[in-house]
Design a protein around this ligand. Structure first.
Ligand code: HEC
Length: 241
């Protein structure tokens, strides 16, 4: 059986679409698929309109189907009515969906660890080298943590405090590899002092619930809490050496 041109075009178009959708890995976002399919459609239309006989073989059946005449069978007539009903319904549905308010959080890149402001770079923990009182200072840091931070950051420091479920962004998990062992103490001091409202633009859109502790805790308690975070988790702070 000879497949008419319009059938071949349909097969090529649909197989290219399916290939883009299912064979490419990692899978393409639908906007990219839309872009490719638009290009493919344009190419196909160019291809079928080069020669008049191809153009007739391709556009002829479409024109005759849309225009119709007395000899049309009932099935063809029904098909036409269905087509004219489905197209506006389809676009109506699309624009309805597009205008419905969405409760999904916007998909934006958020920088989790933005660069700290210059006044917080290169600070060092004044209690880090105080070996004589180290245990005492860690203990004080623990008190600070369990009085202030535990509700969000959890009693095991893994970010699962009783309030944690209520927040998006979730409280930081200090046990996770790649968090505090990748950060300098001066960085933590900045984040603890300035909290969520101290985060720069690139770390929005979601607001962090992290309080601005400089308004609540004296500087020495903030440093000692940091000492405790590293001591409890066993991680070493990142240093320049
Ligand atoms: C009301 C809940 C809440 C409390 C209480 C809280 N935090 Fe947080 N904290 C958060 C949230 C949410 C984040 C994650 C978003 C962000 O980075 O701001 C965070 C982030 C942090 C970070 C940044 C970690 C990183 O990877 O950049 C540090 C450090 C931190 N908290 C320390 C503390 C300390 C110390 C205390 C107690 C003095 C404390 N937090 C109390 C909610 C809280």
């Amino acid at each position: 059986m000879r497949i008419p041109l319009i059938g071949k075009v349909a097969i090529i178009w649909v197989s290219l679409y399916l290939a883009l959708k299912f064979l490419v890995s990692p899978s393409l976002p639908s906007s990219v698929i839309f872009m490719y399919m638009s290009l493919i459609t344009v190419c196909i239309l160019l291809f079928v309109s080069v020669f008049p006989e191809d153009a007739e073989a391709f556009f002829g059946p479409i024109k005759r189907f849309i225009a119709g005449d007395q000899t049309d069978s009932a099935v063809r007539k029904l098909g036409r009515v269905a087509m004219f009903a489905i197209i506006p319904l389809f676009f109506g549905h699309r624009s309805y969906q597009a205008n419905m308010p969405s409760y999904e959080p916007p998909l934006e890149q958020r920088i989790v660890h933005p660069a700290p402001p210059t006044e917080f770079t290169g600070m060092y923990n004044p209690y880090r080298e105080d070996h004589e009182h180290f245990a005492e200072n860690v203990k004080r840091g623990g008190e600070v943590f369990y009085r202030n931070c535990v509700f969000c950051h959890g009693d095991k420091l893994d970010g699962t405090g009783i309030f944690a479920e209520g927040f998006n962004l979730r409280p930081a998990n200090f046990q996770e590899n790649g968090v505090i062992n990748m950060l300098q103490e001066s960085y933590l001091f900045w984040r603890i002092s300035k909290g969520g409202i101290g985060l720069p633009e690139e770390s929005t859109p979601w607001n962090s619930a992290m309080p601005r502790w400089e308004a609540i805790l004296p500087e020495e308690d903030r440093w000692k809490a940091i000492l405790f975070l590293y001591d409890y988790t066993g991680y070493k702070p990142r240093t320049w050496e």
